[in-house]
Design a protein around this ligand. Structure first.
Ligand code: UDP
Length: 375
């Protein structure tokens, strides 16, 4: 009978689901139909308010009520306070968690979300004392305290900094794997050339900047797109803007008259192709996007970050010499035009460093470790 793996995730941003899909895909590569994977948005379907609305509250919280978000992250990083919160969540959410445990028996549970490592672990351990539980950290350099539950059977760290934090949080070294951040294998496989990818996407054959804002289309994408489009048009480049689930932004951008070649898309399912078509990525400092861009050898200009959760990602990119942070649309446009100028040596050097920093097969490494838990 096929082994059953249940991924605990939630659609706060696009990265957690993308990583869960990457792991499911890697398990399928290793085991074919002998392993069946399911994704459960635990907060939406089994949480009580306000957690049940986390997906809907996430964007307004991190964009418009940043003080509240900072407060939440700050509190979650206080050890005693977090213990108290985790204990009350366990009591407060217990009805939904019991229901989830009853409806999803499995051979392995894998959490890819910071809020799903304590109360769900407790509910599952009570009902299925012998079923392993793994945490795969899908934040990059700044992974807040709620990620670390010393009792899990395996914790996969996205980078060495997170590995050190896991050990400080009390996880035994034998249960901590430096697995990297899991991304879809299409970012690792032999990709189309930029010319092939541009043809497939009906883009023009010109130097291309890809403007992103994570799964939710976050950050000042509108003013950045306007300045970038004008500067790129004057230098023979083109711009592709992917708005993710931000439909309001997509429809505003799609109605605009642009000075040059500008392509506006909503949520796309073929990000590996868009990255293959690009020469550089301008993005929010989302961990998934950074890992994917590095795997494609693309330098990054980071236009924004979610405080607390993504601030370390900015340092991560800058320390590796694969990009810069810049939140001024004029300066972003100036940088992009400069990097895309023919024969720019700085761009080539960053592309080479990006390939060195990348871990394109992280999903396979982690899937192998998960397979050991499956027996
Ligand atoms: N993504 C996608 N299609 C889109 C926009 C984003 O597949 O239209 C994916 C992107 O490739 C990445 C994830 O969504 O895997 C975004 O994750 P990230 O950690 O960068 O940011 P988040 O959305 O979680 O804040």
């Amino acid at each position: 009978m096929a082994k059953r793996v249940v991924f605990l995730m939630s659609d706060t941003g696009g990265g957690h689901r993308a990583s869960a899909h990457a792991l499911a895909e890697a398990l399928h590569v290793l085991h074919g139909d002998a392993v069946q994977c399911q994704m459960v948005d635990l907060l939406t379907h089994y949480g009580t308010w306000p957690l049940s609305h986390a997906g809907a509250y996430y964007l307004p919280l991190v964009e418009q009520h940043r003080w509240l978000w900072r407060l939440g992250i700050g509190c979650s990083n206080q050890a005693r306070l977090w213990q108290a919160v985790a204990l009350s969540a366990r009591l407060w959410q217990r009805g939904g968690l019991r229901r989830f445990a009853a409806e999803y028996p499995a051979d392995l549970y894998v959490s890819v979300h910071p809020l799903l490592n304590h109360a769900p672990w407790w509910a599952l351990r009570r009902r299925y004392p012998h079923t392993p539980f793994a945490t795969v950290i899908t934040d990059l350099a700044s992974a807040p305290r709620p990620w670390y539950n010393p009792a899990v059977d395996l914790l996969s760290a996205s980078c060495s900094q997170v590995q050190a934090a896991a050990l400080r949080a009390g996880l035994p070294p034998a249960r901590v794997l430096l697995g990297g951040l899991p991304i879809r294998l299409a970012f690792a496989a032999s990709r189309p050339t930029p010319a092939e990818a541009r043809a497939a996407l009906r883009l023009e054959q010109r130097p291309t900047a890809l403007l992103l804002g994570g799964g939710e289309g976050m950050g000042a994408l509108e003013p950045t797109a306007a300045t970038l489009a004008a500067r790129l048009a004057s230098q023979g480049g083109q711009l592709a803007v992917i708005c993710g689930r931000n439909e309001a932004l997509r429809s505003r951008l799609a109605r605009q008259r642009w000075p040059g070649a500008v392509h506006v898309a909503g949520y796309v399912d073929n990000m590996p192709l868009w990255m293959a078509a690009a020469d550089l990525v301008i993005s929010k400092a989302g961990p998934g996007t950074i890992a994917e861009a590095l795997a494609c050898g693309l330098p990054l200009i980071l236009h924004s970050y979610v405080p607390g959760q993504e601030s370390g990602n900015v340092r991560y990119v800058q320390e590796r010499g694969v990009g810069l942070f810049c939140d001024d649309p004029d300066q972003i446009a100036a940088l992009a035009v400069n990097w895309l100028a023919p024969g720019n040596a700085a761009l080539a050097a960053m592309q080479a460093r990006a390939r060195v920093a990348a871990r394109p097969t992280a999903a396979l490494t982690i899937a192998e470790a998960l397979s050991k838990l499956l027996g």
